[in-house]
Design a protein around this ligand. Structure first.
Ligand SMILES: *[C@@H]1O[C@H](CO)[C@@H](O)[C@H](O)[C@H]1NC(C)=O
Ligand SMILES: *[C@@H]1O[C@H](CO)[C@@H](O)[C@H](O)[C@H]1NC(C)=O
Ligand SMILES: [Cu+2]
Length: 674
């Protein structure tokens, strides 16, 4: 049961597929293959040999104005040099990448405009600038719908594996011997944090994180084409979910919940990333118990504290102050969105001058604590790249800190009442599980072929890294629902997996419990009059995405499709990289079973879905909307994210008395010893 029920969205995609998607995909594959080497596909080269970006201004809807800007920037010698690192948080680096993004956005078509410009600028611009521009183009440009993004860990492997593996790969390439290298997590058994490194260093998790920030970039302006609906609230929710998942992994490994970061206290955990840039040296390390220092040219710790105070003042007041001094009420459903934009901060922030950029600046400040005054000319730290940030335990501390600010805000709202939950005539009779909730570690192999250098004289040899990663056995939920109304109903089904106790098994209090819930599902269920039994497989979760095909498999699939003259190859399942990997849907659990409660809640979808219902099932989006929304469309659920546990719960009996709610005690097992 894969995610195929895409309804309307599917129709739209199919429509776009009509322009030869497989040929486009072939171009994209070639552009991203061996990104540090000249373009290899000679066919593509010859197509564009006579291409100059301004050769025909009618190719662009702005008559080439954007491309003129970029060409002038290059002519002035401002561009980031090839073979040096790229960092999104560096304003100059980012602005350059956005210049190319804009050029492509102004293109009338893929072939020749976008494709030929990509080939042209690939030769001229920095590799990191190019890769970032191409990925955000594939995510947001309407002319590239349906293209699969090759897994980033095989495009830029340096950002996803450790230096030990990279050095071995170089050496094997030189000696022309195939290599398969076990990749271990950073640190040693002496470091308790090592027990949960498999989560922060999971390459699929890293791809989710970097992809979310590509789907919802902080630099996004609506003039690029559309509004990113509830971006600020998603910022809160996605990072909240990362911290609760991390905490559940900690409970599974006899560790306490992660504590927040304090600007006045030492950063308890040090971190040695064991990661190396392709160009630009080693990622800097940070010893244990470092005291925060101001970072030259970035921010003083004092500034961060002032921003925090202003934000928490706004929460206490119940309003924020706009750029023009206007009062903007936040004690309403829009408030969390406004606050999220303010804290990140994004272009959507109502007043970045006053509220600053707490999240983005904190990432840079943390990334530089190893060399705050630039004495050692160190490159940016892992915290300064979304690909690598979750490796550092300080990432989760930072996000716990921000999460607590969001909770402080959410806790200002009154509890929901029975009226908020009413759904006449509907009763959730029971919920059961098919299959046991059991996790295990498996080996995963990915290619390092794009990590090593190439020369025409030296042949490619197979080089791969093998990493242990968490997975789980398949399971499904079975829901029996009674509909006493005489018409078809559509129920919104929300499912959360909530830890019962902490690492010692001590029961969590109500607030700890509701804020610790892991979102598992958010989908729609058709209810004909009478009793309906619905089975929902774990693979259908709207929180997760399946593993993408490897880059080499993708290349083979594409070439076969092109040879067969096929427009596409049924790849709807892989077009989104944003989403928790399916494998990580369950936390690790424990040998004797870690206690959780599965909370299942039904509500009236006619009232709560942001998009009008049609007569068909087009509201079954499939995919990954829970954390990643729908491109260019409203977020499909009108309720606040985290509903109904996002507001204070005076007593669990509020829920247990409901006909539309069930709590099912479950255990998550991890039988082996790793
Ligand atoms: C890599 O790990 C596997 C088990 O996962 C083991 O059998 C193999 O010997 C290891 N290889 C090296 C070179 O350590
Ligand atoms: C887990 O739940 C069971 C009931 O299913 C209970 O007997 C047991 O004490 C719980 N364990 C912990 C550590 O809370
Ligand atoms: Cu993030």
């Amino acid at each position: 049961m894969i995610k195929t029920s895409v309804g309307l969205l599917g129709l739209l995609l199919t429509f776009v597929y009509a322009q030869d998607t497989s040929i486009q995909q072939q171009d994209v594959n070639a552009l991203l293959w061996k990104i540090n080497e000249p373009l290899q596909l000679s066919k593509m080269r010859s197509l564009v040999d006579n291409f100059e970006p301004l050769i025909e201004t009618s190719l662009y809807i702005d008559e080439g104005r954007s491309v003129e800007v970029l060409l002038q920037y290059i002519a002035d010698g401002n561009t980031l040099k090839k073979k040096s690192y790229f960092s999104l948080f560096n304003n100059q680096h980012r602005e350059e990448a956005l210049m190319l993004f804009e050029v492509l956005l102004k293109c009338q078509n893929w072939d020749p405009c976008i494709r030929n410009n990509l080939v042209y600028f690939r030769e001229v611009l920095n590799e990191g600038v190019f890769v970032y521009s191409l990925y955000i183009t594939l995510v947001h440009n309407p002319l590239t719908k349906g293209i699969i993004l090759p897994p980033l860990y095989e495009v830029t492997p340096h950002m996803f594996t450790n230096s030990e593996v990279i050095y071995k790969a170089y050496s094997h390439k030189m000696m022309q011997t195939p290599g398969k290298f076990n990749m271990t997590f950073t640190g040693s058994q002496k470091n308790p944090e090592q027990r949960v490194a498999y989560f922060g260093e999971d390459i699929g998790m890293n791809v989710h994180h970097v992809s979310w920030h590509m789907d919802f970039p902080f630099w996004w302006k609506d003039s690029y084409g559309y509004n990113l609906d509830r971006k600020g609230e998603l910022f809160f929710w996605v990072h909240h979910q990362l911290t609760v998942r991390f905490d559940a992994e900690r409970f599974s490994n006899n560790l306490n919940r992660v504590d927040e970061l304090y600007w006045d206290k030492p950063i308890y955990e040090g971190f040695a990333p064991h990661t190396v840039y392709k160009y630009g040296g080693e990622f800097p390390a940070r010893p244990d118990n470092t005291n925060f220092e101001d970072v030259d040219g970035v921010a003083k710790i004092r500034d961060l504290k002032i921003w925090e105070t202003r934000i928490r003042d706004a929460i206490a007041h119940g309003y924020v102050i706009g750029k023009d001094g206007s009062i903007i009420d936040i004690l309403n459903d829009r408030g969390i969105d406004i606050l999220g934009n303010l804290i990140e901060s994004s272009e959507y922030s109502v007043n970045p001058y006053y509220y600053g950029a707490l999240h983005n600046t904190a990432h840079i400040v943390l990334g530089r604590q190893g060399d705050p005054h630039g004495k050692f000319k160190q490159p940016p730290g892992v915290m300064e790249h979304f690909e690598t940030a979750t490796r550092d335990p300080a990432f989760f501390r930072l996000h716990k800190y921000m999460d607590n600010i969001f909770k402080e805000f959410k806790n200002r709202f009154p509890p929901y009442t029975k009226e908020d939950f009413s759904y006449d005539g509907i009763e959730l009779l029971d919920v059961s599980l098919d299959g046991t909730l059991e996790t295990f570690f498996e080996d995963f192999e990915f290619s390092l072929i794009n990590a090593v250098d190439d020369t025409p004289e030296v042949e490619d040899v197979p080089l791969t890294a093998v990493i242990k990663r968490l997975n789980h056995r398949p399971f499904s939920y079975k829901l029996r629902v009674k509909n006493d109304n005489d018409r078809r109903e559509v129920a919104f089904v929300r499912m959360y997996l909530c830890p019962d106790g902490n690492m010692n098994g001590a029961l969590l209090d109500i607030d700890e419990r509701r804020w610790g819930c892991i979102e598992m599902e958010k989908y729609w269920m058709d209810l004909e009059p009478g009793i309906t039994t619905g089975v929902r497989s774990n693979t259908e979760s709207t929180v997760t995405v399946p593993d993408p095909p490897s880059f080499e498999t993708l290349v083979e699939m594409t070439n076969a499709a092109v040879d067969a003259g096929a427009e596409d190859f049924g790849k709807v399942n892989y077009v989104r990289n944003c989403g928790i990997p399916d494998r990580l849907l369950l936390p690790k659990g424990s040998k004797s079973g870690l206690n959780f409660t599965l909370m299942v809640f039904l509500s009236n979808a006619y009232k709560e879905t942001a998009i009008k219902f049609g007569s068909t099932q087009w509201y079954h989006y499939g995919g990954t909307h829970a954390h990643c929304g729908l491109h260019g469309l409203p977020y499909p659920d009108k309720r606040p994210m985290g509903f109904p546990f996002d507001r204070p719960v005076p007593d669990w009996r509020v829920f247990t008395g409901l006909k539309t709610f069930k709590m099912v005690p479950v255990k998550v097992y991890h039988k082996s010893d790793d």
